[in-house]
Design a protein around this ligand. Structure first.
Ligand SMILES: *Cc1c(COP(=O)(O)O)cnc(C)c1O
Length: 387
């Protein structure tokens, strides 16, 4: 039985080298990084080494890195922390309609408290227009947050351009870079960002650990109160094993990502080229070229994403869909609706995301089996008439 994982955007396996780097911090070097004795100092060293590795990847300074419990916490910290710190200055936030829920839900929570949030739309390929961001700015705008790349459709945004606009207006700019860090170069100065979120499990590190980059001088309130870890910016005993894993993972990525991206782009472009040849009436979602090296997203018309996933799962293929029948709502993904898909087309979406251990033969296997699955399901679909 095959067992092929093509869902790297949801989470990636932890690299065995990362695991090895983490292991000493569970028993031999279990210390609390805040303790003054030798055990504590050993832990503290691991913490600061990882901070340097993370800063190095981003072109930042170590003291600008706050370790968190993951992408969701980093995103929440930005929305709640900046809105609180700058409440006297304004109550308006600009974001995009295709952000991760870790941005959208905190924004909704702020709206209930009287904040104003503008959700800037995207074009058919999922691009946010820097001009639309500019138009949305008011004298009450305190924060702009636009993700660097979308987790569903893979579109990479013109972050540097948006950042330039924010900088000119003196408005803080945050990017959720959870899908890009470790996969493509991400430099905080080139991108003109003041705040940036990342998460280890999306780049072959462990789950439950991430970081928030905060440019020196940026005003942001605390999110988690308690002890004064992370220079008083985030409470809780440092997750040393996780943080050591994050550092190792980001360091490995820095060394391998250019080569890896080239390989993944060739697999991506093979899928983008061959799926429409093998299956009639499909639509590529996301930008044809300005997209993550490892992301392919197609809507396969007249079929339902969930039934496709189940059929593929039986063939040993693990993929994802933007059809939300798995969750409590029947609404398809907000991202697919934002790029203008009707509900039926959105429900037929299939996301293929590859990574470090994807083989050419895995893609070949998918290309052999996906058309068969689509044909079988379409034969049962009352909406489909064979052309
Ligand atoms: C996965 C993801 C998150 C959430 O990160 P966690 O570490 O799982 O909390 C946030 N934003 C994007 C774009 C993601 O892909």
């Amino acid at each position: 039985m095959k067992n092929i994982y093509l869902d790297y955007a949801a989470t990636a396996p932890c690299d065995p080298e990362v695991l090895k780097a983490m292991e000493p911090y569970f028993f031999e070097r279990f210390g609390n990084a805040s303790s003054l004795h030798a055990f504590g100092q050993e832990a503290k060293k691991a913490l600061e080494d990882s901070r340097e590795q993370t800063a190095e990847f981003l072109g930042a300074k170590p003291e600008e890195i706050i370790f968190t419990s993951g992408g969701s916490e980093s995103d929440n910290h930005v929305i709640f922390g900046v809105s609180e710190a700058l409440a006297a200055k304004g109550n308006h936030i600009i974001t995009s309609s295709i952000e991760h829920h870790a941005i959208l839900e905190p924004c909704k929570a702020l709206e209930k408290k009287g904040f104003k949030v503008t959700y800037v739309g995207v074009d058919k390929e999922g691009l946010v227009s820097p001009d639309a961001i500019k138009q949305a700015i008011t004298d009450k705008t305190i924060l702009i947050s636009v993700m660097q790349a979308n987790n569903e459709i893979g579109t990479i945004q013109p972050i540097a351009q948006i950042g330039k606009i924010a900088k000119e207006k003196g408005i803080y700019f945050h990017t959720d870079a959870v899908q890009t860090v470790g996969h493509i170069p991400v430099n905080v100065d080139d991108l003109n960002v003041d705040l940036l979120s990342l998460s280890a499990h999306k780049f072959y590190g462990p789950k439950g650990v991430g970081a928030l980059y905060v440019r020196k001088g940026t005003r942001i309130s605390r999110f988690l109160y308690g002890g004064d870890q992370e220079r008083g910016r985030r409470a809780s005993t440092s997750n040393i094993s996780g943080i050591a894993g994050l550092g190792k993972a980001i360091d490995l990525c820095a060394k391998t990502m250019d080569k890896e991206a080239k390989l993944l782009i060739s697999l991506r472009d093979k899928l983008i080229k061959e799926i429409p040849v093998k299956i009639p009436e499909v639509r590529l979602n996301g930008h044809p070229t300005q997209r993550l090296p490892n992301n392919v997203n197609f809507s396969i018309k007249y079929i339902e994403g969930e039934s496709m996933l189940l059929s593929l799962d039986m063939l040993g293929l693990a993929l994802s869909t933007g059809s939300a029948c798995t969750s409590s709502s029947l609404e398809p993904s907000h991202v697919l609706l934002a790029i203008g898909l009707d509900h039926a087309t959105a429900h037929g979406s299939l996301r293929i995301t590859t990574g470090r251990w994807t083989k050419e033969s895995d893609i070949q296997y998918l290309l052999e089996n996906l058309p068969k699955v689509a044909e079988k399901l379409r034969a049962m679909s009352p909406l489909y008439e064979k052309k």
